[in-house]
Ligand binder design. Structure first.
Ligand code: HPA
Length: 270
């Protein structure tokens, strides 16, 4: 694993002179952030040694190097989901490579279903904590102490200072931000009414099919993490609307300007 990580990092270093210390995983709802990145260099995943290739339709797979609000960033356009069939090591491989390149701060975004009754479709939820319900932990197996400890603490998975700064940014921009706990599930099914209810009871505010594996690996590697979920549908035992992929994408699209505005300013200040 170390050899592969270093091989990939070496390749990227050969393509990029000035390496960013900030990486952004552009989930559903944050794609438009790319339009705000200046001096872009696109590197398709297919050109990057050891990188998995993205399978989901409409998710283009590129690493984008450039500047966001003057700050150098690496953006992942298209992520690897567990439900696509990738194993946990593949899903989290890019985060390992970012660390090897010297990245110390990771921004992530996703679309999620809301269980908190105060949430509305289109809300932007700052992830304050998560519950890992994936069947496998990405750190299962041999631990490489060069990468991080065998038993990493998860007391502050999402950086408190970045969360506080995001609240300030949102207040300045007049954008409503909510806070909540993200439940990470393998998918690809959306939840049954009883499952939404169960996730609410165990402490979740929103549920989705990504993010948790990448965040676990980022924290294992001592990176600061900031994450947001766009609430694209609501679930619970009294809710009968059927979530679809199209509806999720439409709702994420609508919330996109708000997510982009907050992220852009936060990255600049981070
Ligand atoms: N459940 C799981 N994943 C999701 C949802 C949902 O309701 N909405 C968007 N991604």
């Amino acid at each position: 694993m170390l050899t592969k990580i270093n091989q990939t990092a070496d390749y990227l270093r050969s393509r990029v002179e000035d390496m960013p210390r900030t990486a952004i995983i552009l989930g559903t709802g944050l794609g438009a952030l790319v339009d705000h990145i200046d001096d872009k260099l696109y590197i398709p995943y297919s050109e990057i040694p050891n990188f998995p290739v993205s399978t989901v339709e409409g998710h283009s797979g590129n690493l984008i190097f450039g500047r966001l609000g003057g700050k150098r960033v690496i953006a992942m356009q298209g992520r690897f989901h567990y439900y696509e069939g990738y194993d946990m090591k593949q899903v989290t491989f890019p985060v390992r490579v970012f660390k090897a390149l010297g990245v110390d701060t990771l921004f992530v975004s996703n679309a999620a279903g809301g269980m908190n009754k105060d949430f509305r479709v289109g809300d932007v939820m700052v992830i304050t904590d998560h519950i890992n319900l994936f069947p496998e932990n990405p750190l299962r197996g041999r631990n490489y102490s060069e990468l991080g400890p065998r038993f990493p603490a998860m007391t502050e998975p999402y950086d408190h200072a970045l969360i506080a700064e995001a609240d300030r940014v949102a207040a300045e921009l007049g954008i409503r931000l909510v806070h909540g706990v993200y439940v990470g599930t393998p998918g690809p099914t959306f939840e049954t009414p009883a499952e939404y209810e169960y996730f609410r009871i165990i402490g979740g505010d929103a549920v989705g099919m990504s993010t948790v594996p990448e965040v676990i690996v980022a924290r294992h590697a001592s990176m600061r993490v900031f994450g947001v979920s766009v609430i694209t549908d609501l679930g619970g035992k009294d809710i009968t609307e059927v979530p679809t992929h199209e509806e999720v994408q439409r709702a994420a699209e609508k919330a996109q300007p708000n997510v982009v505005a907050v992220m852009r300013e936060l990255v600049k200040r981070s």
